[in-house]
Write a protein that binds this ligand. Structure first.
Ligand code: FPP
Length: 252
C-alpha cells in the first residue's frame, strides 16, 4: 500500500513580484523574432494575473520595462511600447471588472505623451479596486527610484534626522505597497537586475529555468509550494526556536 504524501498547506504570499525573463530565448528557440516572445509573454502575463486573483494574492508587481531596456534596438523598444498601449486598450475593462487596481512604478516622463495619458487614465480608472493591486514597473530602475526618493525628500524639506527607513519607503514609487514576500525570476538568471532593490531586503527568491511564456499556473503553484516551506526569519530566529528559548528553564 502506498503512503500518501503529507498534505502541504499552501501559504499565499501577500505580495509577489516577478522578473518576467526569457521571452527572447523562447522566441529564438522557435526560430522567431524576439517580439513574438514578448507577445507570448504578454499572453502569459494575462493568465498569471488571473491565477494570482484565484490564489488570493493581494499585490503583484511585474518588471516589464527597465531603465536599462532603452538600450535595446529601437524596433524592440517601440514594440514593447506598442504592447503596453495595446494591453491597456484591450484588457483594461476586463481587469477593472475583475477588481484589479493598476499602478505604475517608474518614470512616465520619457514615454510618448499619448501612452503616458493612457497609463495615467488606467491608473485613475482602477484606483478604488481592491482585489489585486497590479504594479507595472515601466521605465523603472531600483537605483533611479532611490535617487527620486532622495530628491523628493530634499524638495519636501525633510530634515536629516527625520529620515528613517519608513520615510524613505514613503517616498519610493511603491509608497503604500508592502514589500514583496516572494520574488520570482524566470529563465534561470540569478540576478536582481535593479529590481526593487530597497524593497527586496527580506524577500524570498524563487528562480526557475522555465522561460516566462511557459510559466503557467502550475509553475506558479510550484513556486507557492516552495515558498510555503520557507522559514522566514527576517534576521531573527525561527519562531519554533524562539518559543523553545522563551520556555527554557521555566516550570511547565
Ligand atoms: C525579459 O525577457 C522581458 C522583457 C524585457 C519584457 C517583458 C515585457 C512584457 C512581457 C510585456 C508585457 C507587459 C505589459 C505590462 C504590457 P528578455 O527579452 O530579456 O528575454 P531574453 O533574456 O531571453 O532575451
Amino acid at each position: 500500500m502506498s503512503e500518501e504524501a503529507p498534505h502541504l498547506e499552501l501559504k499565499i504570499p501577500n505580495h509577489i513580484a516577478v522578473i518576467m525573463d526569457g521571452n527572447g530565448r523562447w522566441a529564438a528557440a522557435r526560430g522567431m523574432p524576439r517580439m513574438v516572445g514578448h507577445r507570448a509573454g504578454t499572453e502569459n502575463l494575462r493568465r498569471i494575473i488571473t491565477a494570482c486573483v484565484e490564489f488570493g494574492v493581494k499585490y503583484l508587481t511585474i518588471y516589464a520595462f527597465s531603465t536599462e531596456n532603452w538600450g535595446r534596438p529601437q524596433e524592440e523598444v517601440d514594440g514593447l511600447m506598442n504592447i503596453l498601449a495595446q494591453v491597456i486598450e484591450q484588457e483594461l475593462a476586463e481587469l477593472h471588472q475583475e477588481g484589479v487596481q493598476l499602478r505604475h512604478i517608474g518614470r512616465l516622463e520619457r514615454l510618448e505623451p499619448s501612452l503616458r495619458q493612457k497609463v495615467e487614465a488606467a491608473v485613475e480608472m482602477t484606483r478604488d479596486n481592491q482585489r489585486l493591486v497590479l504594479s507595472v514597473a515601466w521605465n523603472y530602475g531600483g537605483r533611479d527610484e532611490i535617487v527620486c526618493a532622495i530628491r523628493d525628500m530634499i524638495r519636501a524639506g525633510v530634515p536629516a534626522e527625520a529620515v528613517t527607513e519608513e520615510t524613505v519607503s514613503q517616498h519610493l514609487f511603491t509608497a503604500g505597497i508592502p514589500d514583496p514576500d516572494l520574488i520570482i525570476r524566470t529563465s534561470g538568471e540569478m540576478r536582481i537586475s535593479n529590481f526593487l532593490i530597497w524593497q527586496a531586503a527580506y524577500s524570498e527568491w524563487y528562480v526557475t529555468p522555465t522561460l516566462w511564456p511557459d510559466f503557467d499556473k502550475e509553475a506558479l503553484r510550484s513556486a507557492l509550494e516552495d515558498y510555503s516551506k520557507r522559514d522566514r526569519r527576517f534576521g531573527r530566529l525561527s519562531k519554533c526556536f524562539e518559543d523553545n528559548a522563551a520556555h527554557a528553564g521555566k516550570p511547565a
